[in-house]
Design a protein around this ligand. Structure first.
Ligand code: BG6
Length: 501
């Protein structure tokens, strides 16, 4: 059921940036079209350059035209565009935030509940919060004031804590919305519901029945035009630190006592804090990194395309000798009775043979083994591109003999006519509703950095050449060094039979 949203103003910093163009403006437009924005709701875009409101409206139209190639409703467009305003906030203008305050004080145009979306460089988060506070725009005495911070929240534990210390001079924890767009994915939200809204999973969701869990994000895309950012970040920090550890938390956490944001976050925090740190001396058996080299990847229409290797892409920008990983795989253990001894393999890679995000759970050996074959059931929760749940079970081949084959029961989560909602749409709505359940608490962020930091540090210190894998291929063979047992192997997309190396 739709929650009631107070009249509010969304103040969008970095409004002309890529995220805003591709996700935020189109997302807000779709929310408007779906009747989910309150009647009295305004959007104030804040950018560095001076622009007239008309020019900004024309730019928004360009963003919507690019996103909705099949057109959109004219009446919704008129309503949406009327909500949109622009304010220039050049860094050279010492009075810019005061001017913004004066503009926002027009209550007829701008409802006084204010949600700030900081889609800006991470180094700008703290200064913006400080300046908002200085001019009184974070004061909650009469109206609510919330600040959404895009990822990354710090680049390691100390920087995350420093950011936290500087923004909490001006904000309470309840005012801070730290985004991880993975939590806005409907298929990720479904993990918790699948586990707890069914009777059959809970009894087997533990070390007595589960052999291991694989949490995978593979992409066909390379680092694109983000070479500088990526080379300073790497796959561990870019994908594992938040997106994949959050996914792991949802798979492994205990049942929250209710569905309130506090109860859900409390269980996720407990779980993240109970992941055992990887001892640096054991790193080679728990973590593997690699970089893609030139190869051929699959493009949309099924054709191949030759692509450069990561080091070649960097060389074009004048960077040499990078040991930054574009492939990262970790083996993690959770220190609690439910999961004792169960490896969680978490992996992410760019330039793989397929793009797929999934949780694959392998169960222990079946009590009855036929024909000397070791059968093990798999359960896959596929997140993207297909949202589905797939279960593989052994079943008799009809006929005179006693023999089995693997039957795949495939339940698409998305059915014809279902709404397709981008993660940013649901997260924007939650921000305005004041529902932080899909946002990260600082304790989650800290637990995630605590786990990742020692690995990032050890990898940065080890300057020996990094293992190379051919773009468009499957996991490098050498990555299997982290498996606990010889019969473990990487699972790929949900098709049967296509998974063993
Ligand atoms: C971003 C990373 O956070 O997530 C990107 O910076 C990555 O490198 C992206 O490609 C993946 O998101 P999604 O939603 O496409 O799986």
């Amino acid at each position: 059921m739709a929650k009631i949203i107070d009249p509010c103003t969304l103040v969008l910093f970095g409004a002309s940036g890529n995220l805003s163009r591709v996700k935020l403006m189109p997302g807000l437009f779709r929310l408007d079209a779906a009747g989910r924005l309150p009647n009295h709701m305004a959007i104030l875009s804040v950018g560095r350059g001076e622009l007239s409101r008309e020019t900004w409206h024309a730019d928004i139209k360009t963003m919507l035209d690019a996103k909705f190639k099949n057109g959109y409703d004219k009446a919704v467009f008129e309503r949406f565009i009327a909500r949109n305003h622009y304010h220039a906030n050049p860094p050279t203008d010492a009075d810019a935030f005061n001017k913004m305050k004066v503009l926002l004080s027009d209550e007829k145009v701008f409802p006084q509940n204010l949600a700030y979306f900081l889609s800006v460089r991470p180094t700008d988060f703290a200064p913006i919060v400080e300046q908002l506070s200085e001019v009184g725009l974070l004061d909650e005495r009469e109206y609510w004031r919330r600040v959404l911070i895009e990822k990354p929240f710090g680049t390691d534990l100390p920087s995350a804590q420093a950011l936290q210390a500087s923004i909490t001079k001006h904000l309470k924890e309840s005012q801070i919305y730290r985004i991880d767009h993975y939590l806005g994915k409907s298929a990720l939200q479904n993990i918790m519901l699948t586990r707890f809204a069914n009777t059959m999973f809970e009894p087997i969701w533990n070390n007595q029945y589960i052999d291991h869990v694989q949490i995978t994000n593979n992409e066909i895309l390379g680092v694109g035009d983000r070479t500088e950012f990526y080379n300073n970040t790497g796959a561990l920090r870019d994908m594992v630190q938040s997106h994949l550890l959050q996914t792991l938390a949802l798979v492994a956490m205990e049942k929250p006592k209710d569905l309130s944001p506090d109860s859900i976050r409390a269980e996720k925090i407990k779980l993240l804090q109970s992941i055992k740190p990887i001892p640096v001396a054991e790193l080679h058996r728990h973590a593997f990194r690699a970089q893609y080299e030139a190869g051929r990847v699959c493009v949309g229409d099924g054709h191949g395309e030759n692509v450069r290797g990561y080091l070649e892409e960097l060389a074009k920008e004048g960077v040499t000798g990078s040991v930054t990983e574009t492939y990262a795989a970790l083996k993690l253990f959770i220190d609690n009775p439910r999961w004792k001894g169960v490896p969680f393999y978490v992996r992410t890679a760019k330039r793989m043979h397929e793009g797929n995000t999934a949780i694959s759970i392998r169960f222990k050996k079946a009590p009855m083994q036929l024909n000397n074959e070791q059968h093990q059931n798999w359960l896959t929760l596929n997140i993207q591109p297909r949202e589905c749940i797939k279960m593989e079970i052994e079943s008799k081949i009809p006929g005179l003999d006693i023999a089995t084959r693997t039957l795949s029961i495939d339940g698409p989560q998305r059915q014809q006519g279902d709404e397709s909602i981008d993660s940013y749409e649901s997260l924007l709505l939650n921000l305005m509703e004041g529902d932080p359940s899909l946002y990260l608490h600082i304790s989650e962020v800290e637990a995630q950095w605590r786990l990742i930091d020692p690995i990032v540090k050890a990898w940065a210190e080890d300057q020996s050449p990094v293992h190379q894998y051919k773009a468009g291929n499957r996991d490098p063979e050498a990555s299997s060094v982290i498996f606990d047992a010889k019969d473990q192997f990487w699972r790929y997309s949900i098709e049967l039979g296509g998974d063993k190396q």
